[in-house]
Design a protein around this ligand. Structure first.
Ligand SMILES: Nc1ncnc2c1ncn2[C@@H]1O[C@H](COP(=O)(O)OP(=O)(O)OP(=O)(O)O)[C@@H](O)[C@H]1O
Length: 230
């Protein structure tokens, strides 16, 4: 499905509560969290360790089901979907860049993107062109696009992760601590890249970060404290 055919309204969380088992009782990781991110908007979520940032991303990514509340991706309520439809929603609408890169060690940068396409059964030539273009647009030249993860720097690997997340033309881009393994300057470059992607691809982008120095570069900053967002 091409972007033009997708109705895009971005991401909305409404009154989302998530608990984890905690001995005899339960720990509230997200406490009635509401959030709206529009297409083309770049929002950062900051907050101390353990405040619920990763839980928020996991719920938005439809990887965890909240105890209550709604998660809407382009207006579709993930909670009403069965597992199969939820997987399809994730594949077609969500781009996810998690903290620990899960690039496959034996594949080149281009192949990291194409492996998804072979699962989808798309046209190989068009897919290869698109993979090359996406990697170029995140700053990897032709030689680097032929390298495997261990032959790339941390920042370059993060660029491959981002390009891979964009491959399915997501409406919503979820990014967890993209700069944690990078020095400050490279961290800024990644955030600037995410800003450009958000504008050019019209994604509703949510980035979790510890690095407060980066917060001036996004459209809106939300603070997470004890599972609450403000
Ligand atoms: N699978 C789990 N089972 C039980 N408790 C969990 C689980 N995952 C997270 N928690 C707890 O939920 C709370 C929120 O955790 P979460 O990982 O969302 O915070 P965070 O803000 O992302 O932290 P950090 O910045 O350290 O990654 C914490 O108290 C954490 O210990």
């Amino acid at each position: 499905m091409t972007t033009a055919l997708k109705t895009r309204t971005g991401l909305a969380l409404r009154g989302v509560t998530l608990t984890y088992p905690d001995g005899e009782s339960r720990l509230t990781a997200l406490d009635a969290v509401s959030l709206e991110v529009a297409p083309g908007e770049f929002v950062a979520v900051a907050g101390p360790s353990g405040s619920g940032k990763s839980s928020l991303l996991a719920v938005a990514a439809t990887l965890l089901r909240p105890d209550s509340g709604e998660v809407l991706v382009d207006g579709r309520d993930a909670g009403t979907l069965d597992d199969r439809s939820r997987t399809a929603l994730r594949r077609e609408r969500l781009g996810i860049v998690f903290q620990q890169s899960n690039l496959l060690a034996s594949l080149t940068a281009v192949e990291q993107l194409l492996v998804l396409e072979s699962v989808r059964g798309g046209r190989p030539k068009a897919a290869r062109r698109r993979a090359e273009e996406l990697l170029e647009s995140v700053g990897l030249d032709a030689a680097k696009r032929r390298r495997r993860p261990h032959q790339l720097s941390g920042g370059e690997r993060q660029r491959v992760n981002i390009a891979r997340a964009l491959f399915g033309e997501p409406s919503v881009l979820l990014v967890d601590e993209p700069t944690s393994a990078l020095d400050h300057e490279r961290g800024e470059q990644i955030v600037d890249l995410l800003t450009r992607i958000t504008r050019e691809h019209g994604t509703a982008t949510v980035m979790v970060t510890h690095d407060r120095a980066l917060l001036g570069r996004v459209d809106r900053v939300l603070e997470m404290r004890d599972g609450r967002l403000r």
